[in-house]
Design a protein around this ligand. Structure first.
Ligand code: SF4
Ligand code: SF4
Length: 69
């Protein structure tokens, strides 16, 4: 069990973390951020399934994700 924190103002909504998460635990929010996009967010209740593999954080080009194990 692990969790991630996404800096939603830093996120540019490229979608890479959503594509690469092997457990499909990341989605987008409806609210637009300062960059004018709908940023990524950790799905509700996803901490129980997150392995803490850090793939999402490694793949993020804007360094917007932190993983907590
Ligand atoms: S740490 Fe791994 S399992 Fe958890 S959200 Fe990121 S990519 Fe998915
Ligand atoms: S990889 Fe980073 S910039 Fe791209 S959607 Fe995910 S958090 Fe946002």
């Amino acid at each position: 069990m692990a969790k991630i924190k996404i800096d939603q103002e830093r996120c540019k909504a490229c979608g890479l973390c959503i594509i690469y998460c092997p457990r499909n635990l990341i989605t987008t929010v409806k609210k637009i951020n300062k960059r004018g996009v709908k940023p990524a967010q950790f799905k509700k209740g996803a901490a129980a399934q997150c392995s803490g593999c850090t793939l999402c954080a490694i793949i993020c080009p804007d360094n917007a994700i932190e993983v907590y194990k």
